[in-house]
Design a protein. Structure first.
Lengths: 303, 382
């Protein structure tokens, strides 16, 4: 079991430093905006000026987790579906407009996907394992699988998280590419996981991903069976699609909005719900885009 | 593998023996001002030559070519869980930058083309071409991406989550990356000279390198003979600067030491190092110092093969893992081209000519990326 000792989200909800993100959730609407915390608490004013939203969110959520666990991470595993879009677009503009040989490198440097994890390691002065996964809607699950691997290899305090930012340009592509009605949203969720049980007893039991899903229900049954469980034992399913399954279902995307690593916020919702429900199981089902499925099984292991 | 030095492993080996670099003045609009290691085939030509059925970005096409070559002779079966983990830094940027430019110039663009953009999609396109479903992942840690993909594959196998996994990386040359490295002013306008006192910077390249790694247990089922053993791996963070390496190579030292630990080897057991060796003043000095620290002054034979291929960014860890395999298989050390004068501060001289009949038990391969991302793989003779 991989116990969650800290979890922190910056989203369009009042989720940052919230005791229970499930309280006061508002359905995402056209007016929803990213609820940014006061970043000055986490990032120096000089750095703040050059950091894009995805970097700000990632660093602040990661630092909040470190503050809560009170010790340095043994490994850092980050997921991001689309990476640092603000800086990517900025640099695309630069190369299309600036003539001559002198280009400012800042946006290029900050455009690579691993700027988030790299900047976290820099800010925390952390020399440990540092990984960045980018697998479309499964980016969070991939970071989590890696974090769990680190625990299996002996790490006791692993930072796992995701961050994705919406930019105006992405919304402009919406009619041609995305089926979503609302605007795309931004969000970051970071957590500290550990094989060691401490104050918190909410844990991730297993995580699985699949490219090329044919039968979702069967896939879920196989995944649960692998963990000696059946659908009847799951008290609540947090999903981004209205799947044909018996049981209580919460559509997390109604509250995260659409960004491709939003399963991380679904997991945060499941975590906070489990905290109030000892010895119950929750399942996060993410079938975001194409034929990709992510499944995350959690339990409040209080007994 | 595919790169400017060959469109498959056999051609690569032949080129390596000639001691001739494939780096030359660029032939495309965005490369013509630079010395680069480019593959002289258009996307359409690549698709035709290699019989590719899946449409994708150039990054994906190169990945398909190398991954298919690596997987040739293997087959999918239900009792062998097979995954794909690929490293890329640009993903489908080659498509996006063209589309963005079109739109920027006020011409009619086709937004659907941006569906090629995500790095994860690049890997899904490779998986589709291979006919692979199941575990498909992408790692993006700049120039250490492929090395990290290989490491992730090994760890998935060791913990029993996969039986076999196709691992490596791919990156094509885009205007985005060329302009990016230009903005950092780390290009050499001349041919790059890794580990030379006169080195001024890197030459870019493009390509893809993939390997199939499989557990011993699974190999009994599939009746395959391994070419070598992936015995050590590690990633550590330099946590010094977003792009530059620390002067003493702190992260590099950590990565090499941890990889030796995983492989249960002593530094003196390493016979050859395929260095990251980009030929930037910063990397080569920092990496040299890290060698001196890890090997306590007794640095084994080493070379950077980037003077042959150019720096293929996210793909280099895959390409150089294949070159390490070739070294072991053919008992041959491949040279660090263009080297004349050792770096004054460290005095280290790399392998300068092809050396044959060398007994090579263990090869250490380094890949370092932006964000202080340092990775080391150790490949051993069976």
């Amino acid at each position: 079991m991989f116990y969650i000792h800290a979890i922190s989200s910056i989203t369009h909800q009042n989720s940052f430093r919230s005791e229970d993100v499930n309280e006061n959730l508002e359905p995402i609407s056209e007016e929803s905006v990213l609820k940014s915390p006061d970043y000055k608490e986490y990032i120096s004013p000089v750095a703040l000026r050059r950091l894009s939203p995805v970097l700000r969110m990632g660093i602040a959520a990661a630092k909040e987790c470190e503050k809560e666990v009170g010790k340095p991470f043994d490994a850092i595993s980050v997921g991001t579906a689309l990476g640092c879009l603000t800086d990517t677009e900025k640099f695309l503009k630069v190369i299309n407009t600036v003539e001559g040989d002198v280009l400012s490198p800042t946006s290029f440097i900050q455009s690579t996907h691993n700027t988030i994890a790299g900047q976290i390691s820099l800010d925390l002065g952390n020399h440990s394992y540092n990984m960045t996964h980018t697998q479309n809607n499964l980016s969070f699950e991939m970071a989590l699988i890696d974090g769990m691997l680190c625990c299996k290899e002996g790490a006791e305090n692993v930072l796992v998280g995701t961050a994705d930012e919406a930019i105006e340009f992405l919304n402009s592509l919406k009619p041609s590419i995305f089926l979503a009605e609302s605007n795309l949203t931004s969000g970051a969720t970071f957590m500290a996981i550990s094989p060691v049980k401490k104050a918190s007893s909410v844990a991730v039991l297993d995580c699985s991903t699949h490219f090329g899903t044919v039968d979702l229900k069967q896939e879920i049954e196989i995944f649960l069976a692998k963990n000696d469980l059946g659908l009847a034992t799951i008290s609540r399913i947090f999903t981004n699609t209205d799947i044909d399954l018996v049981g209580e279902k919460i559509l997390y995307e109604d509250f995260s909005g659409l960004y491709f690593s939003s399963a991380a916020f679904g997991t945060h919702m499941a975590h906070d719900w489990l905290q109030k429900n000892p010895n119950k199981y929750a399942l996060v089902v993410n079938t975001g885009c194409s034929k990709n499925t992510g499944l995350i099984l959690l339990k409040n292991d209080q007994a | 593998m595919i790169s400017s030095i060959g469109k498959n492993v056999e051609e690569t080996y032949a080129t390596l023996l000639t001691e001739k670099s494939a780096i030359q003045q660029g032939k495309k609009k965005h490369t013509e001002r630079f010395k680069v290691g480019e593959i002289h085939s258009s996307n359409a030509e690549l698709m035709q030559t290699f019989g590719l059925k899946t449409v994708g970005s150039r990054t994906a096409l190169l990945g398909m070519i190398a991954a298919k070559e690596a997987f040739a002779g293997h087959e999918f079966r239900s009792d062998v869980r097979t995954g794909l983990i690929s490293g890329t830094s640009v993903g489908g940027m080659d498509v996006s930058e063209e589309e963005y430019k079109t739109e920027y110039n006020g011409e009619k663009s086709n937004p659907v083309m941006y569906l090629h953009h995500p790095s994860g999609t690049t890997t899904e396109q490779i998986a589709t071409e291979l006919g692979l479903t199941g575990f498909v992942n992408t790692i993006s840690t700049a120039c250490s991406s492929a090395a990290n993909a290989i490491m992730m594959g090994a760890r998935m196998i060791r913990t029993g989550q996969l039986d076999r996994v196709i691992v490596g990386g791919t990156d094509c040359m885009t205007n985005f990356t060329i302009s990016g490295f230009r903005s950092l002013m780390i290009f050499d306008t001349d041919f790059c000279r890794p580990f030379d006192e006169s080195r001024k910077g890197l030459n870019l390249g493009e390509g893809a390198g993939f390997l199939v790694i499989e557990s011993a247990e699974s190999m009994k089922k599939t009746n395959k003979q391994a070419l070598a053993k992936l015995s050590g791996w590690s990633n550590a963070s330099d946590a010094f600067h977003q792009t530059a390496s620390s002067p003493e190579g702190f992260g590099a030292v950590l990565a090499m030491r941890k990889a030796l630990q995983v492989a249960n080897l002593q530094p003196e057991e390493i016979d050859y190092i395929n260095a990251h060796g980009t030929a930037t003043p910063n990397n080569d000095l920092s990496e040299s110092k890290a060698f001196l620290t890890v090997f306590d002054g007794k640095v084994p034979a080493f070379s950077s093969t980037k003077a042959y291929t150019g720096h293929t960014l996210a793909a280099c860890g895959g390409i150089e893992a294949v070159i390490a395999l070739l070294s072991i298989q053919h008992r041959t050390l491949f040279p660090n081209l263009n080297h004349v004068t050792p770096i004054e501060e460290t005095g280290l001289t790399p392998v300068k000519t092809v050396q044959e009949n060398v007994d090579i038990q263990h090869v250490l391969s380094n890949s370092f990326g932006f964000g202080g991302n340092n990775s080391t793989l150790i490949i051993s003779k069976i």
